[in-house]
Design a binder for this molecule. Sequence first.
Ligand code: SF4
Ligand SMILES: [Zn+2]
Length: 295
Amino acid sequence: MSSVPVPTEKLRNQPHAIVDELELAHGAARSFRTVWLRCGRCPERCVFCDLPSYGEAEPLGPERARAQLETALPPGQALPWGLKLYNGSSFFEPRSIEPAAQELLLERAARCERIVVESRPEFGAQALAAARRWPDRLEVALGLEVADDGWLHRLGKRTTAGAYFATAAELSRAGIAVRAFVLLGLPGLDPAAALELCLQTLEACAERGIGSVSILPTAATTQALRRAQARGDFAPPAMTSVFAAARRALDLGLLTRIDLSFHFAPLGCDRCRAVCQALNQSGALPELSCPCVEF
Ligand code: SF4
Ligand SMILES: [Zn+2]
């Protein structure tokens, strides 16, 4: 963590990153802007996730939240259809974003048709309260990762698959769209077993009424995974597995996306990444003919 430089005062009022992309929503490719807010550090330490290393000691307060959002949505410019407010933790985690800043961000983001925030299932009550204030606008991305309690424990997640699906169902009943993050590629599993576990998780999502998933191929971005990789116990999944997982999710009738944001070093070739983008925009997997993908 000490390797991450402390930002200057000016930088502290800027988001980490702003990314524009097209994504399928309500039957059409819509403009989405993803804003990676500069916030307080995630207090969790999940084995596969290095987001806590980008967090700060103090939570984000209203003043800096306003400044960061003005950078992301400059006054006088056209708004994106959807705005993803990601904070490298849970949006409703007060150690990352103060409640007054959460309120301010949601109020201003509600000028867009869709607001997407990430949350741990433990904050379901806060998500429900927010949805009551901004009905039909809020989408909550809930990190399921894997629908297996033993694996959740090993990964450092303090929830169970049952608790996860119960929260997701409650949010859906309240009119909140839910997207589940599902990991592909866990340490200690060979590629076939890692894919199988991902497919089982996708099947559990479909059975438990989750309509929308983002498949996250893992990368060796944390010390634990780098060590596992050095031992030969972990390798990022090949694109063949990524597309096999996406195909299965589509066959299960899930709105499917592939999220390559863990991969600061590109995964697959340009052509493979274009296929991922096409899937995210259209909800269908184009025909594949790429040397990266084995049939
Ligand atoms: S997966 Fe979520 S809860 Fe776990 S460390 Fe990363 S940001 Fe925190
Ligand atoms: Zn390729």
